[in-house]
Ligand binder design. Sequence first.
Ligand code: ADP
Length: 311
Amino acid sequence: MENAISIRNLDKTYAGTKKSPPKKALDDVSLDIPKGSIFGLLGPNGAGKSTLINIMAGLVVKTSGEVTVWNSNIDENMRQAKASIGIVPQEINYDPFFTPAKLLDIQAGLYGVPAKERRTMELLKLVGLEDKAEAYTRSLSGGMRRRLMVAKAMVHNPPILVLDEPTAGVDVQLRQDLWRNVKELNRNGVTILLTTHYLEEAEEMCDQIAIINHGKIIANESKEKILARIDTKEIKFRLDRDLAGIPKRLQKYNVEREGKRTLTIRYSPEEHFIGEFIEILRKDGYEIADISTDDSNLEDVFLQMTNSSAA
Ligand code: ADP
């Protein structure tokens, strides 16, 4: 399969200052992003996601390694590589006094798109903002602003769209609207690279997922395989009386005590089932006042994976 983006042995070390030592942000990263895919790059804060994106966008200079974007090596033809990518940044950055139509027009101008090739209304329609073309952008909701940023990133018709934490701080309904728009773009042939914290977002959107931590790729597999690996569940038991300590037979599990009466257990449903825990608690003489469950928490998963990758 042909790749939209191909990265080989990429290193980035930020120079230190008087106050801080040099920081290795990317450590021998190799990654292929297939054309036509929706590729998720997941990782906790500080993992190196923005550094990777910024190198592709020509905003950060790599230390070593090779990056090829849409068949252009960034060392040989940064201009062409840049023209092949549209980036939707984390922060919303535009002049609130322009209307959405004007904003896209200006952006197209910056990219040298001739007036007759501009697709302002088409793009606004794509992100569900056609009836807002002439509105004050400052009157747009948070979700609409994000969608406008997607349209802005697409003015030069790039074959690759990069979304950096696209739905951070966006409510559920608007998040789903954005997902729909991004999927529509993908159906129209655009390769999507997105970084996210949200497991749900990766699950909903991505074909393939890579996990990065401390500048290293620690997993890179199909969504199905990765989700099976990170299928951790969390269950909380509130007990009828104070705990003397963590019951002995529970100590082999990943268990945490919260306050006097609550235990949190994290487990893989492939290996354990809730009945085991309940039985142990009952045998130790506790009654269960309340149970609540939670799905995988990505931070936990990162920890698990990095611990096992370090071992
Ligand atoms: P992420 O996007 O996954 O949160 P970043 O790429 O922003 O991660 O950061 C990776 C690491 O590089 C972090 O430890 C961060 O503190 C460091 N870093 C990022 N930008 C700079 C910079 N301009 N100068 C020095 N260190 C930086």
